[in-house]
Design a protein around this ligand. Structure first.
Ligand code: ZN
Length: 271
């Protein structure tokens, strides 16, 4: 676990970046809730179009995030997250889908090899994961809640990068971003049982049993395990120590506020 690099802009916008993805060839960032124009429970950097916000606020927030990180918000391509493992291979034709146009697809994972196209995934407790192959010049973004984690969406994304884009897994660098962490992701037996069904005895190291019969589960650790299984070297995987539930001053947490909240985005773009 590592503390991601923090970047504070003059307008107050705060965003995070991973050292592992800063090797050149791509720009990326994880947003916080700070530095936007939205109001109320969406204050202030809400980046979701499905949160009841004025679309012009969301566009302005994305524009600001883009200026800070170094991407053109008009060329973003949004995931459409349904807690499954469908992965979309994104091309320039998709630019604007989500923020300026309808999305005709459902996808919790996005991949592209087109420079200038910005992939955007969304989370407010779930785990955002960004990937970059600096040799074949391919980037990807995933949204992994506990269901997507059990379905190994991140491993499927790596294998799609290998199969469809000619990447080698050992060249891929990954960042597992801010999300609800082991300290706060309290569950009933369904989550640990589902993880044990797919990870076997290896799931034990990701689960704490509480005295009241509930559990604490490490979704970030599970996704790191899947990345290694897919062939990504551990030393190229960076795991954010930021817990969205612990740090409500910086992040929205669905666990904490339910639906009265905005949403953060993790973005990556080849340059
Ligand atoms: Zn926590």
């Amino acid at each position: 676990m590592i503390h991601l690099q923090e970047h504070q802009e003059e307008n107050g916008l705060l965003w995070l970046s991973a050292y592992e993805l800063n090797s050149g060839g791509a720009v990326h960032g994880f947003s916080t809730r700070l530095g936007g124009v939205s109001h109320g429970c969406l204050a202030s950097l809400n980046l979701g179009t499905g949160r009841g916000d004025d679309i012009e606020n969301v566009r302005e927030n994305f524009r600001r995030f883009g200026v800070a990180v170094g991407f053109d918000s008009k060329k973003t391509v949004f995931s459409k997250q349904v807690h499954r493992d469908d992965i979309r291979m994104v091309t320039a034709k998709d630019c604007g889908k989500g923020l300026y146009r309808e999305r005709e697809y459902e996808a919790d994972g996005l991949i592209t090899d087109v420079p200038g196209v910005t992939l955007a995934v969304f989370s407010a407790d779930c785990i955002p994961i960004l990937l970059h192959d600096p040799i074949r010049h391919v980037v990807a973004g995933c949204h992994a809640g506990w269901r997507g984690t059990v379905m190994d969406i991140v491993g499927k994304t790596v294998r799609t990068m290998v199969r469809q884009y000619g990447c080698r897994a050992e060249n891929i660098c990954g960042a597992i971003g801010p999300g609800i962490s082991r300290c706060c992701f309290e569950t009933h037996a369904d989550v640990p049982e589902a993880l044990e069904a797919v990870l076997g005895s290896r799931a034990k190291g990701l689960i704490d049993r509480l005295p009241d019969g509930k559990f604490l589960v490490d979704l970030k650790g599970a996704n790191a395990l899947w990345l290694q299984d897919a062939g990504v070297p551990m030393h190229q995987i960076e795991i954010s120590d930021a817990c969205t539930f612990c740090r409500q001053d910086l992040f929205w947490s669905h666990r904490h506020t339910g639906n009265a909240r905005g949403i953060m985005s993790a973005v990556i773009q080849l340059i």
